[in-house]
Write a protein of this length. Structure first.
Length: 70
């Protein structure tokens, strides 16, 4: 009888731990998704900011080399 009670307690403890792990995995996956969204927004902002800078750099390069096309 003692072995049966100990086995039941062991299974109950494992069940509680499994639920806790599941909840932490869910919380972690939400955090990863939020971070991925923030990285995506930062990438979009960087692309928008880099466009005019690249055009300006290209124009400066053309002026410095004396090219009018290409």
């Amino acid at each position: 009888m003692l072995h049966l009670a100990l086995a039941f307690c062991g299974v109950a403890v494992l069940g509680v731990l499994a639920v806790r792990v599941g909840l932490e995995v869910r919380r972690f996956s939400r955090a990863v998704a939020d971070s991925a969204e923030q990285v995506g927004r930062a990438c979009d902002n960087l692309e928008r900011a880099a466009g005019p800078l690249a055009a300006r750099g290209h124009a400066l390069h053309r002026e410095a080399t004396g090219r009018t096309h290409g």
